[in-house]
Design a protein around this ligand. Structure first.
Ligand SMILES: Cc1cc2nc3c(=O)[nH]c(=O)nc-3n(C[C@H](O)[C@H](O)[C@H](O)COP(=O)(O)OP(=O)(O)OC[C@H]3O[C@@H](n4cnc5c(N)ncnc54)[C@H](O)[C@@H]3O)c2cc1C
Length: 499
C-alpha cells in the first residue's frame, strides 16, 4: 500500500509482514535481542501515561550503535515505523508503541564514556540514568543540573528527546541549555553529530532544534552534557500561605526582587497533605499552599538572599516562613516535593498529570481558574509544580473504574491546557506532547506554524517513519478538531473572562 506521509502521521499505518520483518532482522542482526511473543511484549505497551496502551509488533534491545544503524536502515527499506524508548517514564505517551511498528529500546546503552573535570563535561550513552551522571561527577565536585523528579529512573536520551526540566531549571536552564553535543542516527542509518565541543558552532542550531523533538527526527546514541560545580551552600525556605493566590503572587515578587532561586516550587493543600502522610517532610498540613525556595551559591550571598526572600514572602502575606535547620531538614523538604506525584497516587485510584506553562504573573488567575474547573467537572485537582518557571502540574484525581471518569478527567485536562494557552502560555513545559496532547497542538499553533514543523520533520524523515502519530498533528487532524483551532496565536476562549 502506498501510504502518504500525512496519512501515516494521522495513524494510518500500512500492514507490516511481521514474519518477513523478523526473518530479515535475524539475518541482518543475528546477535540482536528481539522480543515478539505476546507475553514478552506486554510490559512495553505503555510509558508513564498508562491510560494509553498498545502492544508493539516487535521489541528490539540493541547494545551497539552499529546495530541501531542496521536496524533503522532495514526499517527504512521495508517502510516499518520505529518508536524509540528510553526508560519509559514519559508522561505524554511519547514512547507509546505502534501495533504496526518496532519498539527500539535504548536502555542497554548505559555506559558513562568519559567524565572530564577540567573541561566540565560528561560523555554518556543515551540509556544512562539522569541521576547516575551527577553521581559519577560528584567525586570531582561537579553535577549535571537538570533534575526531573523522575531522575532516579529516566534516561538522558529520553531527557534530550523531551527537553526535560526539573526543580533547578529556573536558575540553571532546561536540558537544551545543558548540552554540548548529541550524536544521532537518522532513519536511513546515517550518524550525525549535532553541536560541538566548543560553546558555539556555525550554521543552524540543529542541537536546539533536535532537543525536545520526541524521537521524531532521529535516535540519540551519545550525549555530551555540561557539568557544573556544586554550589558551596544551599539553603531552603518554606513559606506557608492561607491563600493559594497569595502564594502565586509571591513567586513573581521574589523574581521581581532580582533574585533567581536555585528552585522555587509550590504545593497546594491537597498535595501538602498527601506528601506529608507519605514522607513526613514536616509540612504544615493546614496551609492552603506552601512555597519551597532554595537559594544556592557562596555562603555570604546565600545568607543575604535568604533574609531578602524571607522579607518578600512575609510582605506577600506568608503566615510562616521557616529556614531548614540543617541538611537533613532540607533533604526532607525536597523529598516531600519530589515524591508528591506518588504521594497523590496513594489518595486516589488514578491521577492524570497535566503539564502546562504560563507566564508567572498569571499564576493567581490560572490557579483560580483550575479551582473553578475542578468544581465544574466534579474532580479533585492537586497542584504541585515548578512555580518559578510558571510550569504547572495539576494532578487530576479520578477513578478509571467508574464509567466516564477517565473521559471527564481528559476533558478537564484539555480545558486546563486551553486556559494556559489563553493566558499566553503553552500546553507543555517539560513532559512533551507525545500522543496525549496532539489535539491541543492545534490550539497552540496555527496552520502556517504546523506546516513549518512538518517541513522540518520531512527534512529528517521524509516518509514519516520515526514515531508517527505523535507530537505534530496533521492539518487534517486539526480541521477535525476544529472547535479549538487558532489563528495567529489567539485562542478563542470566551470563558476566560470569568477567571
Ligand atoms: C514520577 C514522575 C516524575 C516526573 N517528573 C518530571 C520532571 O520533573 N521533569 C520532566 O521533564 N519530566 C518528568 N517526568 C517525565 C519523564 O520522566 C521525562 O519526560 C523523561 O525525560 C523521560 O525519559 P525516559 O528515558 O523515561 O524516556 P521515554 O519515556 O522512554 O521516552 C520519552 C520520549 O523520548 C523518546 N526517546 C527516548 N529515548 C530516545 C532516544 N535514545 N533517541 C530518540 N528518542 C528517544 C521516546 O520516543 C519518547 O518520545 C516525570 C515522570 C514521572 C513518572
Amino acid at each position: 500500500m502506498n501510504i502518504l506521509y500525512d496519512e501515516r502521521l494521522d495513524g494510518a499505518l500500512p500492514k507490516v509482514d511481521k514474519a518477513a520483518l523478523l526473518a530479515e532482522l535475524r539475518a541482518a542482526l543475528p546477535d540482536l535481542d528481539i522480543l515478539h511473543e505476546a507475553e514478552d511484549l506486554r510490559p512495553y505497551e505503555c510509558d508513564g501515561l498508562s491510560a494509553y496502551r498498545s502492544a508493539p509488533m516487535l521489541v528490539v534491545l540493541p547494545e551497539r550503535v552499529e546495530q541501531v544503524q542496521t536496524l533503522l536502515r532495514l526499517c527504512h527499506r521495508m517502510q516499518v515505523p520505529v518508536v524509540a524508548r528510553g526508560a519509559g517514564t514519559g508522561l505524554s505517551g511519547g514512547a507509546l508503541p505502534l501495533e504496526q511498528g518496532v519498539l527500539l529500546i535504548m536502555a542497554r546503552f548505559k555506559r558513562i564514556l568519559e567524565i572530564d573535570p577540567a573541561g566540565r563535561f560528561a560523555r554518556v550513552q543515551p540509556g544512562v540514568r539522569n541521576l547516575a551522571i551527577s553521581l559519577a561527577a560528584a567525586p570531582h565536585g561537579l553535577y549535571y543540573a537538570p533534575d526531573p523528579s523522575s531522575q532516579i529512573a529516566c534516561s538522558i536520551g529520553g531527557n534530550v528527546a523531551e527537553n526535560a526540566g526539573g526543580v533547578h531549571c529556573l536558575k540553571y536552564g532546561l536540558t537544551v541549555h545543558n548540552l554540548l553535543k548529541v550524536d544521532i542516527i537518522t532513519i536511513d542509518g546515517e550518524c550525525l553529530t549535532l553541536g560541538s565541543d566548543a560553546l558555539d558552532s556555525p550554521g543552524f542550531d540543529l542541537l536546539a532544534l533536535f532537543t525536545g523533538s520526541e524521537g521524531l527526527l532521529g535516535v540519540v546514541v551519545e550525549v555530551t552534557v555540561k557539568l557544573l560545580p556544586k554550589p558551596q551552600v544551599a539553603k531552603v525556605l518554606m513559606a506557608s500561605f492561607d491563600d493559594v493566590e497569595k502564594a502565586g503572587r509571591a513567586v513573581g515578587d521574589i523574581i521581581a526582587e532580582g533574585i533567581i532561586p536555585g528552585g522555587l516550587e509550590m504545593m497546594d493543600n491537597l498535595s501538602i497533605r498527601a506528601a506529608e502522610d507519605f514522607i513526613h517532610a514536616g509540612y504544615p498540613v493546614d496551609a492552603a499552599a506552601i512555597l519551597l525556595c532554595e537559594l544556592d551559591g557562596v555562603e555570604s550571598d546565600v545568607h543575604e538572599d535568604c533574609q531578602r526572600v524571607d522579607g518578600v514572602l512575609r510582605k506577600a502575606g506568608a503566615t510562616d516562613v521557616r529556614l531548614a535547620r540543617d541538611e537533613d531538614e532540607r533533604a526532607r523538604f525536597w523529598a516531600g516535593r519530589k515524591n508528591a506525584f506518588p504521594a497523590v497516587g496513594r489518595i486516589s485510584p488514578d491521577y492524570y498529570c497535566m503539564d502546562g506553562t504560563i507566564p508567572r504573573r498569571e499564576l493567581p488567575r490560572v490557579l483560580n481558574g483550575i479551582r473553578e474547573l475542578s468544581d465544574e467537572y466534579g474532580l479533585r485537582v492537586a497542584n504541585v509544580f515548578h512555580a518559578g518557571d510558571g510550569n504547572m502540574h495539576p494532578l487530576i484525581l479520578f477513578d478509571a473504574n467508574l464509567p466516564g471518569e477517565l473521559e471527564r478527567a481528559e476533558a478537564l485536562g484539555g480545558k486546563i491546557l486551553e486556559l494556559c494557552v489563553a493566558v499566553g502560555g503553552s500546553i507543555t513545559g517539560e513532559h512533551g506532547v507525545g500522543r496525549e496532547k496532539i489535539n491541543q497542538m492545534c490550539a497552540q499553533f496555527n496552520s502556517d506554524e504546523l506546516t513549518l514543523f512538518h517541513a522540518v520533520k520531512a527534512a529528517f524523515d521524509p516518509q514519516g517513519l520515526l514515531n508517527p502519530g505523535k507530537n505534530i498533528p496533521t492539518l487534517h487532524r486539526c480541521a477535525e478538531f476544529g472547535a479549538m483551532h487558532i489563528h495567529h496565536g489567539q485562542l478563542p476562549f470566551p470563558d476566560l473572562e470569568r477567571f
